[in-house]
Ligand binder design. Structure first.
Ligand code: FMN
Length: 184
């Protein structure tokens, strides 16, 4: 049986969850068995051949459950292909420029350097003020963050297709290695 791919996410209001589900759908359509799970429901990464992990960004950082996950599983993650993404900036333009060139919260850099992810993406997020609590509403108003759904599904699906291609190439490489190492 094919080992599954894991897409796991930390989301407060659902924007990151939708992104994770869309990535999972692209991988499944490419023929890769994929589990899409909230990060607090993942208790083992051993069964997975690859992990895609995303978090919403709040006040410049990843959600704490995503940080704990990275810390807990950093050794296992370093042994398999990993892709990371953030769901954050709202407003038009390059999301990396919107977060001033930031790719991963500074605090996470040592762990991320250990894991050596294949890629790190920053995607536009979505803000619906009706979902926010009073303090969050005040913060958003204070920093004048653009409100609305800025998620770029073309960019998200393009990134996911790149992951699918990389994982499918790896399956072909493994099959060739097995074939060539068979006794003649
Ligand atoms: C209180 C608050 C603080 C936020 N801080 C940031 C931030 O520092 N950087 C950023 O890019 N986005 C920030 N955002 C935007 C969220 O990351 C964005 O809305 C994200 O897509 C939400 O994902 P979720 O619905 O999965 O929780 C903030 C949103 C709120 C409500």
């Amino acid at each position: 049986m094919d080992a599954h791919v894991l897409v796991t996410y930390a989301s407060k209001y659902g924007a990151t969850e939708d992104i994770a589900k869309s990535i999972g759908e692209v991988l499944r359509q490419a023929g890769l068995p994929t589990d899409v799970l909230p990060i607090d429901r993942v208790h083992n990464v051993l069964p997975y051949r690859a992990v895609i992990l995303g978090s919403a960004v709040y006040v410049g950082g990843w959600r704490k459950e995503a940080v704990s996950f990275l810390k807990s599983y950093k050794h296992m993650l370093a042994e398999r292909p990993v892709w990371l993404f953030s769901s954050g900036p709202t407003g038009e333009g390059d999301p990396v420029e919107l977060v001033k060139g930031w790719r991963i919260p500074a605090k996470l850099k040592p762990i991320v350097e250990h894991i050596q992810p294949r890629d790190i993406a920053v995607f536009h997020g979505a803000l619906d003020t009706q979902q926010l609590n009073v303090i969050e509403k005040w913060m958003i108003k204070n920093v004048k963050a653009p409100v609305g759904d800025f998620r770029d599904w073309d960019a998200i699906n393009f990134w996911a297709r790149g992951i699918a291609d990389a994982l499918k190439d790896a399956v072909v490489d493994d099959a060739c290695l097995t074939y060539h190492s068979l006794p003649t």
